[in-house]
Write a protein that binds this ligand. Structure first.
Ligand code: PMP
Length: 353
């Protein structure tokens, strides 16, 4: 059985849209896509009068190199949000199939499932927000096509071990695709599990340039997976999802100089995570600061609502995560610059910002 047997049959059978951009090889007169023959004002050498490549070869190459994958194992889209949406649409039949998540976790898995009218099976993280592999496996019915695991998890910040991922991938072979969301993995002590994809055709990994690479505004995210899964998703993605300026921005941050800058900022965030957690634990009204492997800290307060308002009055917006199950009276605070973090501490300590 191939992992593609888990996908929707009508998606596997359909004829994909053939984009005009793919009919040209370069150096030709392009009169096949009803584009303008003239470069627009302010184009800056991008050539925005032409449609972009559906999967830009240079960017795919840079990302495959960065993540240690083959190019046929990489799909790049408008943030990992788009990859989540494509996975749900390709694998879940409306009204029949389901995804499995472990709350409290990132909200878009369930949102994408609900848009597709797929079910959402929830297996909560256990008390200290760790994954219960046995409980997940016990909950995988024949309707479950995708199991999402977020590591480090948003909003709790904890990781799932490589051993647990391997166990899940093995047990789910032929049953479901295991989608490991590594949006925050650059901030973690433990590395990616993407190298396990060669051994497990039902393992897929989400990566993004939105966090450690400082490129949330360009909307560049990836799915790393078995080549057959990538080829299937390429058939259903939007014809030209990646605007040329966004591709140029991604190539710039992935240049040697861009990588050096990203590494510098990563080190600052990781150091600030330790400093901030220690300082926060000493503050009045703070019940707990969850240990985090990401670029944020989740804190439980005596009165999170009051703290949220106090921060807002001081001009600081944090994430109110009280609606998430089992988190309690909590806020999630992203680690900013050391100066921004100092302002947060001053407000939490009851002083002026
Ligand atoms: N996964 C997780 C766990 C996230 O927290 C986020 C963003 N908040 C995403 C995926 C989406 O990221 P992107 O910007 O790549 O769409």
């Amino acid at each position: 059985m191939s992992v593609l047997d888990l996908a929707r049959e009508e998606i596997r059978a359909m004829q994909p849209y053939s984009s005009a951009r793919m009919e040209a090889s370069g150096g030709q007169v392009l009169l096949n896509a009803n584009e303008s023959a003239w470069v627009p004002n302010g184009d800056d050498g991008l050539g925005c009068n032409r449609y972009p490549e559906p999967q830009p070869a240079a960017l795919i190459h840079a990302l495959a190199t960065l993540y240690g994958m083959r190019e046929d194992q990489v799909l790049v889209g408008r943030g990992s949000d788009e990859a989540i949406d494509l996975l749900v649409r390709a694998f879940c039949r409306a009204g029949q199939d389901a995804i499995l998540i472990q709350p409290p976790t990132f909200g878009m898995y369930a949102v994408s499932a609900r848009i597709q009218n797929a079910g959402v099976i929830e297996v909560p993280l256990v008390d200290d927000f760790t994954l219960d592999v046995d409980a997940v496996l016990a909950a995988v019915t024949s309707a479950v096509k995708l199991v999402f695991v977020c590591t480090p998890n948003n909003p709790t910040g904890q990781t799932v071990s490589r051993g647990q991922i391997e166990r899940l991938a093995r047990a789910l072979t032929g049953r479901a695709l295991l989608v490991v969301d590594e949006a925050y993995v650059e901030f973690a002590d433990q590395g990616s599990v993407a190298d396990l994809i060669d051994d497990h055709d039902n393992l897929a990994v989400l990566r993004t340039l939105s966090k450690a690479w400082a490129l949330a505004g360009a909307r560049i995210g990836c799915l790393l997976a078995n080549g057959a899964v990538i080829a299937l998703l390429r058939r259903i993605m939007a014809p030209y999802p990646l605007p040329l300026p966004c591709v140029a921005a991604a190539l710039a941050v992935l240049s040697p100089q861009g990588q050096a800058t990203a590494r510098e900022h990563l080190a600052v965030v990781r150091a600030q995570r330790v400093v901030m957690r220690e300082a926060m634990l000493k503050l009045p009204g703070v019940q707990a600061v969850l240990p985090s492997q990401a670029n944020f800290l989740a804190l439980r307060f005596d009165d999170a609502g009051a703290v949220y308002r106090r921060l807002l009055d001081a001009g600081i917006v944090v994430r109110d995560v009280r609606r998430y199950p089992n988190l309690g009276d909590a806020l999630r605070i992203t680690l900013g610059t050391p100066e921004e973090n100092a302002r947060v501490l001053a407000v939490l300590d009851g002083g002026a910002a």
